[in-house]
Design a protein around this ligand. Structure first.
Ligand code: NAP
Ligand code: MG
Length: 492
C-alpha cells in the first residue's frame, strides 16, 4: 500500500472550472482518520459565493458538453472508468483512511465506481427518443435532452462509489455536475475529479465543492441555476433539500436510507442465512443504507439462528480500515455518539443484548458488533435507522405476521426473504414494500439494476438504465405537414 503522504496532499482547494482555487474566505477544515482521530489534511470550506462560481462554471461548460457528440462523451466517460480501475488501489487506500472502512471493502467500492463509468459510457449514444404516430398531417417525435446542471450531494458512507453512481449517468446524458461531498469524507471526490480531468472531461463539466451542509450544501440545493438535484443521506436532510428545491421547481432524486427487514423462515438454509445476515449488518460497520438491520426470525429456528449470528459477530476482527480487518471504526465522532445512544436506548427499551453493546477501549470510533434480541417492532431501535453495527431481532409465528411486521415501518428501501419454498419466496417478494427485494441473499443490487426507495426511503431510482431518467427530460416535437393554419385546438 502507498504511504498516506503519497496519497494525500497537505491542503486541498475547491475544484471549479478545471482549476484548484481556495474558497472565497480562504477557510479550510480538517478531515480525520476515524481509526485514530488524527487529521489527515485540510480541505476548503466552500461558501455561497463559491457555489455561485461552481454553478457558473458548470453553466458555461454545459453549452459545450451538451453538444459534444454522444459517442465522444461515451469515450471520455469510459476513460474515467479505466483510470478509476488503474488507480483502484490508491483510491481505495485513500477512502479507507478517510472513511474508516476495511481496505477490501474500499477496493470493492472502487471496482463498483469503475463499473458505473463503464456501464453508463455504453449508453451515451443510445439515449433514443420515440416516433409518435399521430396521422398523416404531422410528424411527431420525442428527444431526450439533459437538464443542464446536476447538483450531487453525497454522504460519507460510500463517498467515492456514490460519486460515480451519480456523476456517470449525469455526464453521459450531457449534464454538467457540481458535487458536494460530505464534510467527513471529501478526499475520494477530489481524487476522482483529478481522474475526470485526466480522462479528457472538459473544464467546468465536473466541479467539486467541499464544505459543510450549511452553507455549501444549502447554497447548492437552493441555487436557482441548478437544474436537478441528486441527494443520498438522511430523511430529514432530504426533506430540507426538497423544500429548498421547491422554491425553484427543481426536480430531486432522493435516496434516504432504510430500516430493512430480512425475514427468515424455518425452511431456509440457516448457515447461509447467518452468513448473509452478518455480512448484511456488519459490512462498513453497518453504515449502509441497504443494511439488514431488522431481522425477523420464525420462532422455531429463532434460538438456533441467533446463536449462529452471534458466533459470527464475536469472531469479527476489528481494526483500522487500512489493516483490512473484518470491520473498521464508525466514520465520525457524530456517528459514533449516535450509535452509542441507540445501544443505550435499546437497553432502556427492554431489548436483550445477545452480544456486543460497547465501544472499544482504544482510540478511534470503534463499536462492537452488536445483536439485540427480544425486540418489539414498535421499539425505536426497530423503527429508526441506527446506521451502525447494531442488529435488531424480532421473532414471528406465522407468514401473515412476518409480512405485517416487515412492512410496518416508514422506510421501504430493501427487504429480503430466506426460504427454500419458491412459491413463498415469490409471494413475499411481491408483497414486501421495498424498492429492492433479495431472495436467499443480500446486497443483490448491481450497477445494472435499478435501486431506490418506496415510502420514506426516497424518490426516483439510481443505478441501471432507469437512473438516466433523473438526468434526461423529454421534449416532444410536432412538425406540421398539412396545408393552411385552421388546425388543432389545445386539449385535443
Ligand atoms: P445528512 O445530513 O443527510 O448528510 C448527507 C449530505 O447532505 C452531506 O453531504 C451533508 O453535508 C449534506 N447536507 C447537510 N445539510 C444540508 C442542507 N441543508 N442542504 C444541502 N445539503 C446538506 O447525513 P448525516 O448527518 O451525515 O448522517 C445522519 C444520518 O443520515 C445517519 O446516521 C444515517 O442514518 C443517515 N444516512 C443515510 C445515508 C444513506 O445512504 N441513505 C448516508 C449517510 C447518512 P455535511 O456532511 O457537510 O453535513
Ligand atoms: Mg475523514
Amino acid at each position: 500500500m502507498q504511504a498516506p503522504s503519497e496519497l494525500i496532499r497537505d491542503v486541498y482547494d475547491l475544484y471549479i472550472g478545471g482549476e484548484w482555487i481556495p474558497s472565497t474566505d480562504d477557510e479550510r477544515f480538517p478531515t480525520v482518520d476515524p481509526a485514530t482521530k488524527e487529521p489527515l489534511t485540510k480541505v476548503a470550506a466552500a461558501k455561497a459565493a463559491d457555489i455561485d462560481r461552481a454553478v457558473e462554471a458548470a453553466r458555461e461548460a454545459f453549452a459545450i458538453w451538451r453538444d459534444t457528440a454522444p459517442d465522444e462523451r461515451g469515450r471520455i466517460v469510459h476513460r474515467i472508468g479505466q483510470l478509476v480501475r488503474k488507480h483502484r488501489d490508491g483510491l481505495a487506500a485513500l477512502e479507507s483512511l478517510d472513511q474508516g472502512k476495511p481496505l477490501s471493502q474500499a477496493e470493492s467500492d472502487m471496482e463498483g465506481a469503475a463499473r458505473y463509468f463503464e456501464y453508463y459510457a455504453g449508453a451515451a449514444d443510445k439515449l433514443e427518443g420515440t416516433s409518435v404516430p399521430v396521422g398523416p398531417e404531422q410528424v411527431d417525435f420525442t428527444v431526450r435532452e439533459p437538464y443542464g446542471i446536476s447538483a450531487q450531494i453525497i454522504p460519507w458512507n460510500f463517498p467515492g462509489n456514490l460519486f460515480a453512481r451519480g456523476v456517470a449517468p449525469a455526464l453521459v446524458a450531457g449534464n454538467t455536475v457540481v458535487v458536494k461531498p460530505a464534510e467527513e469524507t471529501p478526499l475520494s471526490s477530489l481524487r476522482l475529479a483529478e481522474l475526470c480531468e485526466e480522462a479528457g472531461v472538459p473544464d467546468g463539466v465536473v466541479n467539486v465543492v467541499t464544505g459543510f451542509g450549511d452553507p455549501a450544501g444549502k447554497a447548492l440545493s437552493s441555487h436557482p441555476d441548478v437544474d436537478t438535484i441528486t441527494f443520498t443521506g438522511s430523511v430529514s436532510t432530504g426533506q430540507t433539500i426538497m423544500k429548498q428545491a421547491a422554491d425553484n421547481v427543481t426536480p430531486v432524486t432522493l435516496e434516504l436510507g432504510g430500516k430493512n427487514p430480512a425475514v427468515v423462515f424455518p425452511d431456509a438454509d440457516l448457515e447461509e442465512a447467518a452468513n448473509w445476515i452478518s455480512k448484511a449488518i456488519f459490512t462498513n460497520a453497518g453504515q449502509v443504507c441497504s443494511a439488514a438491520d431488522r431481522v425477523l426470525i420464525h420462532e422455531d429456528i429463532h434460538d438456533d439462528l441467533v446463536d449462529r449470528i452471534v458466533e459470527q459477530a464475536v469472531g469479527y476482527e476489528i481494526g483500522s480500515g487500512s489493516e483490512n480487518p473484518d470491520m473498521g471504526p464508525l466514520a465520525s465522532e457524530k456517528q459514533f455518539k449516535k450509535v452509542i445512544r441507540y445501544i443505550d436506548l435499546g437497553r432502556e427499551e427492554g431489548a436483550t443484548l445477545a452480544t456486543g453493546g460497547n465501544a472499544l477501549n482504544r482510540d478511534g470510533y470503534f463499536v462492537e458488533p452488536t445483536v439485540f434480541t427480544d425486540v418489539e417492532n414498535d421499539m425505536r431501535i426497530a423503527q429508526e435507522e441506527i446506521f451502525g453495527p447494531v442488529l435488531t431481532i424480532i421473532p414471528f409465528t406465522d407468514e401473515a405476521e412476518a409480512l405485517e411486521l416487515a412492512n410496518d415501518v416508514e422506510y421501504g428501501l430493501v427487504a429480503g426473504v430466506f426460504t427454500s419454498d419458491v412459491k413463498r419466496a415469490h409471494q413475499f417478494a411481491r408483497q414486501l414494500e421495498a424498492g429492492n427485494v433479495y431472495v436467499n441473499k443480500w446486497f443483490g443490487d448491481t450497477n445494472q439494476t435499478p435501486f431506490g426507495g418506496y415510502k420514506a426511503s426516497g424518490i426516483g431510482r439510481e443505478k441501471g438504465l432507469e437512473a438516466l431518467n433523473s438526468y434526461l427530460q423529454t421534449k416532444n416535437i410536432a412538425v406540421n405537414l398539412a396545408e393552411g393554419n385552421s388546425g388543432d385546438l389545445p386539449g385535443t
